[in-house]
Structures are given as structure tokens and as C-alpha cells.
Design a protein around this ligand. Structure first.
Ligand code: AMP
Ligand code: ZN
Length: 119
């Protein structure tokens, strides 16, 4: 069923604490933690506690939860003092775009210059 935990999902295991992570923010509906392979001085992932395979599925099934993820991305940026210089929020969607974990997540990247267009 949509939103139910998946036993084989890495990020569901971070939500339950079965896999450790460096958590920087938590709400009733979201968890934010540092990416294990950071691509910028600040690289934090924001995930919904509930499992949806990607951002589009999340937004279609639970728009208020998608809004929670976006709001938390902004709170992470504020906590990390990224706002003055700008930051990027990325949802890789599909393996061709680099998605490797199929539990919706926002990458919050900042603390260095960010090229546009992205690679
Ligand atoms: P994506 O490639 O967009 O699906 O993003 C998945 C991200 O999860 C990658 O940037 C990985 O570095 C990150 N990642 C994988 N395993 C872990 C972990 N155990 N803790 C934190 N981040 C992770
Ligand atoms: Zn999951």
C-alpha cells in the first residue's frame, strides 16, 4: 500500500533507526540527515517517513507530505546558513537521472558555487 514501510528500503531503515545516520532535523513526518557521500560542503537529504518511490509519486499520493519535505529543505538551508549564497534542492528521479535509492528524497546542496545547468 502507498506509503507503507518497505523491508528492503535503505531509507525506511534510517527512519526506523535500523541503519544509522547523522540526523540534523526531525519532524513528525520527515527526517533530514547528512549524505554519506557529500557532493558539497553541505549535503543533506530530506525524506518523508512514509515510503514513496520518488518525488512525483509522493506529490501525487500525499501532497501535504511533499510540502513538508520542501519546507524542511528550506529549514535545513536556514540551519546551515546557506540562504545568503544560495543553495540547490534536487530530486533525482529515475536511474537515468542518478536516482539510486527509491524512497523519495530531496538533496539540499550548498556551501560552494553551483553550476547551471547541472551535469
Ligand atoms: P540518489 O542517488 O538521488 O538516489 O541519492 C541517494 C543518496 O543517498 C546518495 O547521494 C548517497 O550518497 C546517499 N546515501 C546512500 N546510503 C546512505 C546512508 N547510509 N546514509 C546517508 N546517505 C546515504
Ligand atoms: Zn523507504
Amino acid at each position: 500500500m502507498a506509503g507503507e514501510p518497505q523491508t528492503d528500503c535503505l531509507f525506511c531503515k534510517i527512519v526506523t533507526g535500523d541503519v544509522p545516520a547523522t540526523i540534523v532535523r526531525e519532524t513528525d513526518t520527515t527526517v533530514a540527515f547528512r549524505d554519506i557521500n557529500p557532493q558539497a560542503p553541505t549535503h543533506v537529504l530530506v525524506i518523508p517517513r512514509a515510503h514513496y518511490p520518488d518525488a512525483a509519486a509522493l506529490a501525487a499520493a500525499a501532497p501535504e507530505l511533499a510540502a513538508d519535505v520542501l519546507r524542511e529543505a528550506g529549514e535545513v538551508a536556514a540551519d546551515e546558513k546557506l540562504e545568503a549564497h544560495g543553495y540547490r534542492v534536487v530530486f533525482n528521479t529515475g536511474s537515468g537521472a542518478g536516482q539510486t535509492v527509491f524512497h523519495a528524497h530531496a538533496h539540499v546542496l550548498g556551501g560552494r558555487g553551483l553550476q547551471w545547468p547541472p551535469g
